[in-house]
Unconditional design. Structure first.
Ligand SMILES: [Zn+2]
Length: 135
């Protein structure tokens, strides 16, 4: 019983953090759209369900939350110490899956780019990177 309750609390906490992560994605979409590129969202038929897909260019873009996808060396990726045992295996799995999905996409002939949530703050620099990736 105790376990069941704590699991429910945890998943509630998880969804709260997760919904916060959608803000960088909205920002990124706005920037890419403003640059004149059109894209498909969350294409489930591709490995890892890329966030933005430029089908004709065969390019796939991921926007990753620094915590969920464990951005290496990023201050936003730190694990809460009290929950280390709970989070650690999950996040390691996420990061491994990301690498695997990128590999699969490359094998299928797709170029991929990962933008981290913490990188959204510098819009000019980001636009420059996107331009290079998409042209
Ligand atoms: Zn980061």
């Amino acid at each position: 019983m105790v376990d069941r309750i704590s699991a429910e609390t945890r998943s509630r906490n998880m969804s709260r953090i997760r919904s916060k992560d959608t803000k960088p994605e909205m920002q990124l979409r706005r920037i890419v759209y403003g640059m004149g590129y059109r894209y498909q969202l969350h294409v489930k038929s591709l490995p890892g369900c890329p966030d933005l897909v430029f089908a004709r260019r065969r390019k796939a873009l991921f926007i990753h939350g620094c915590f969920w996808h464990q951005h290496e060396g990023c201050k936003d990726s730190h694990l809460p110490k009290s929950r280390l045992a709970y989070w650690s295996p999950k996040l390691v799995r996420n990061a491994k899956r990301d690498i695997e999905n990128e590999r699969k996409l490359r094998e299928l002939g797709w170029d991929t780019l990962t933008i981290w949530a913490c990188e959204i703050t510098d819009e000019n620099r980001l636009a420059h990177r996107l331009q290079e990736f998409l042209m």
